[in-house]
Design a protein around this ligand. Structure first.
Ligand SMILES: Cc1cc2nc3c(=O)[nH]c(=O)nc-3n(C[C@H](O)[C@H](O)[C@H](O)COP(=O)(O)O)c2cc1C
Length: 334
């Protein structure tokens, strides 16, 4: 089967450092969502690589209890990257050593150089590092000298439209011996809206010496194919597109493995997935916390289904127990 420039299906192996990756679908880091429960649930759909939520270097150094919970993981999720954010090479190294003391159940470190949130950028971390790429490269060099694990970085195109500098950043990171680079095809100022600028990333992989991972508006199977075709990236990162639509991961993964196109999930399957993810999160966080968080996730499973608005409102506003979720889903039979 041939689709555009990609010869499909094919079995596919690439590497992050010495870690073999046997597929093209990555579950993106999403603070507030991609905790261990979420990642474990998603894994069975065919996630090839997972990332933790971003973890503050200073949070680890100060022993903040909540920060430490971000390091929880299960064996099933691997290969797994722990994503750190910070702005000082020494502190990042200290934080990485703490991670290694706390857990061995992960495979590589990732540095966040893409977060646009003011709380993060004002300290020079996240996408602020794109304005200071030599510091970002120093962070990678320091980490490489102090850990045996591979080190990757997640960046954006640049700070804003007048400061698109991803090529300069990529070159500095390659010189610093980074093991892979993920790029979200937007600027910091664009946050998460608008069309990602894949036009700027044409054949980017061929201009790089390390694996490229591509991110930005991957909501459908065709979005994934297009992003891979345009950029030549080794893998595609699914972020918001996975929320309430886990089958998307399976659709992409299976297509690259066998060429088969899997249909969208039925309503019954969506109900089942919604309940299963709730159980994972309850297992991880306890029912009260899990169901509070789940108010922003559960409704997404039913967007697009007939007359689902009242259901989605109920889940978003009133849900505080698993029993409520189960009963409410039973009542919905359009
Ligand atoms: C709620 C939310 C939280 C995010 N948290 C992180 C994070 O912790 N680290 C990171 O590198 N990117 C984070 N991102 C960015 C995503 O990984 C991804 O690059 C971005 O959402 C673009 O992909 P999409 O348009 O397919 O959603 C987050 C995005 C969202 C929507």
């Amino acid at each position: 089967m041939n689709k555009g420039g990609l010869n499909l299906p094919f079995s596919y192996m690439w590497k992050i450092g010495d870690i073999e990756i046997n597929g093209k679908v990555i579950l993106a880091p999403m603070a507030g969502f991609t905790s261990t429960g979420y990642r474990t649930f998603m894994k069975k759909f065919g996630v090839d690589v997972s990332y933790s939520e971003m973890v503050s270097d200073m949070g680890l150094i100060y022993g903040n209890e909540e920060t430490l919970t971000y390091l929880r993981s299960t064996k099933e999720e691997r290969p797994l990257g722990i994503q750190l954010f910070g702005s000082d090479p020494e502190n990042i190294v200290k934080a990485a050593k703490i991670v290694e003391d706390v857990t061995n159940n992960f495979d590589f470190f990732d540095i966040n150089a893409g977060c646009p949130v003011n709380k993060v950028t004002k300290s020079g971390a996240g996408s602020s590092l794109l304005r200071n790429p030599t510091v970002l490269a120093d962070i990678v060099k320091a980490l490489k000298q102090n850990t045996k694990k591979p080190v990757t970085v997640k960046i954006r195109l640049g700070w804003d439209n007048s400061h698109i500098n991803f090529m300069e950043v990529i070159k500095l990171l390659e010189e610093a011996k980074v093991d892979a680079i993920a790029i979200h095809a937007r600027t910091t100022k664009e946050l998460y809206s608008g069309t990602p600028h894949y036009d700027l990333l044409k054949d980017l992989q061929s201009k790089m010496s390390v694996p490229l991972i591509i991110s930005g508006n991957i909501f459908t199977f065709d979005d994934a194919i297009n992003a891979l075709e345009v950029t030549g990236a080794k893998a595609v990162m699914v972020a918001r597109g996975s929320l309430g639509n886990p089958i998307l991961i399976k659709q992409i993964h299976t297509y690259f493995e066998t060429g088969e196109r899997i249909p969208n999930a039925s309503l019954d399957e969506q109900k089942e997935y919604c309940l299963e993810l709730a159980r994972h999160l309850i297992n991880e966080k306890g029912e009260d916390t899990a169901m509070r968080i789940y108010r922003s996730i559960a409704p997404k499973f039913f967007a697009g289904f007939k007359d689902s608005k009242p259901l989605r409102c109920k889940l978003a506003q009133n849900m505080s127990t698993y029993q409520y979720l189960e009963d409410t889903l039973k009542e919905y039979n359009p």
